[in-house]
Design a protein around this ligand. Structure first.
Ligand SMILES: [Ca+2]
Length: 381
């Protein structure tokens, strides 16, 4: 049946709205492309973080990138752990005596722990991952190994080929200064190792499905002179205050290489117009903690009426302008960390929070629950 013009228009509008696309404005990402869902430590809300099984679940759920944090072993292997310490995410204490613990300076904080850099890869392979958050599933503890970056790249490529889509990797160089000085590897050894491996696996090109991230600055500047792979400056803070401003307390106040060099700039200083101009000289984007992008205020009102005033009840005051200022300079914006079960500021749940950030125009985001991110991302299409 041929439809009259007004009727077909109505039908099309109805169909578009049924698909969720009718009222969406154009995407406000830097390149107009759909934002990326980055599986933060894999699907770490559901599996012990930084295991092949956590990354595999993130891929199954539709994540575009998987995110391994990297630390070095005694024999120089790159393995996935969020900290150079092994205590909270593995069963190391049940497998090695306390005499293997050491006290080291981790970004200015004296820390006594089992350090990955005091164990060989063969020793680390005898460990099994555990879930560090008591509120998350404990049933996978003791099952999974600590993976190397080589194993993670193989997983991403194998799964990508099987699924017919590109699975990117988003490695973070953890504690560059710690590895150079305290663990004794020397300046830029970590960076050189990672670049050599990534260039071999993906080539030296900005179109590779790779982002390298760091909270430090000098190592990203060093990398910028040696690779076309894309670089992301992470921007940390200690806490968010009631008025929405960021609390900057060491060791979350400044990039640690700034501390060592006597550079007084804070993380927040890197997001001012001048700070973003500086970041643009060596990086392709920023990875800020999310309260830097959306201002929320704790005004004591129990907005969701559950009898408790917490982060979810905060009043959302809108963009801080950082996304817009970064985009104006051609910098991508990938905020962290979105969690269905923790750290939600100003929204009833994790999905509503992600929806808001996607509408704001972020180019991707790190989430412990990639399925939630993928559902929100698909609703934009
Ligand atoms: Ca409440």
């Amino acid at each position: 049946m041929r439809l009259t013009a007004p009727f077909s228009l109505l039908l099309m509008t109805a169909l578009l709205q049924a698909c969720g696309g009718g009222d969406d404005p154009a995407l406000r990402t830097l390149d107009g492309q759909t934002p990326l869902v980055i599986g933060h430590r894999g699907a770490s809300g559901e599996r012990p973080e930084h295991t092949l099984e956590s990354y595999r679940l993130a891929i199954e759920q539709g994540a575009d990138f998987i995110e391994p944090d990297l630390v070095l072993t005694q024999d120089g292997a790159m393995v996935a752990r969020h900290e150079p310490m092994l205590d909270s995410t593995t069963d190391v204490a049940s497998k090695f005596p306390a005499s293997r613990m050491r006290t080291k300076n981790v970004d200015g904080v004296p820390t006594t722990a089992y350090f990955a850099s005091d164990f060989t890869l063969a020793e680390l392979k005898t460990l099994r991952a555990v879930q560090p958050r008591a509120s998350r599933p404990q049933g996978f503890n003791g099952l999974y190994e600590i993976p190397t970056i080589e194993e993670i790249i193989t997983l991403a490529k194998t799964e990508g080929a099987r699924l017919g889509r590109t699975i990117g990797i988003y490695p973070e160089i953890k504690h560059s200064t710690f590895h150079a000085v305290e663990a004794g590897f020397g300046a830029n050894t970590f960076e050189d190792k990672l670049l050599t491996l990534l260039h071999l696996a993906y080539g030296n090109t900005a179109s590779a499905p790779v982002y390298i991230q760091s909270f430090e600055v000098a190592n990203l500047q060093y990398l910028n002179g040696r690779t076309q792979l894309r670089l992301i400056q992470l921007i940390d803070a200690d806490d968010v205050k009631d008025d929405g401003s960021l609390s900057l307390v060491a060791p979350y106040r400044q990039p640690y290489d700034f501390v060592v060099r006597g550079d007084v700039r804070t993380f927040a200083d890197l997001l001012t117009p001048g700070g973003l101009d500086f970041v643009k000289t060596y990086a392709d984007g920023i990875g800020p903690w999310k309260p830097y992008l959306v201002r929320t205020v704790n005004d004591g009102v129990d907005r969701n009426g559950d009898g408790v005033v917490d982060g979810r009840d905060r009043r959302v005051e809108g963009s801080t302008g950082v996304v817009e200022a970064a985009h104006a300079r051609g910098l991508r914006v990938h905020p962290y960390t979105f969690r269905d079960d923790a750290g939600i500021y100003g929204f009833k749940d994790g999905r509503a929070e992600i929806d808001y950030f996607f509408k704001l125009g972020v180019d991707g985001l790190f989430t412990d629950f990639p399925a939630t991110g993928v559902a929100a991302r698909n609703a934009l299409r």
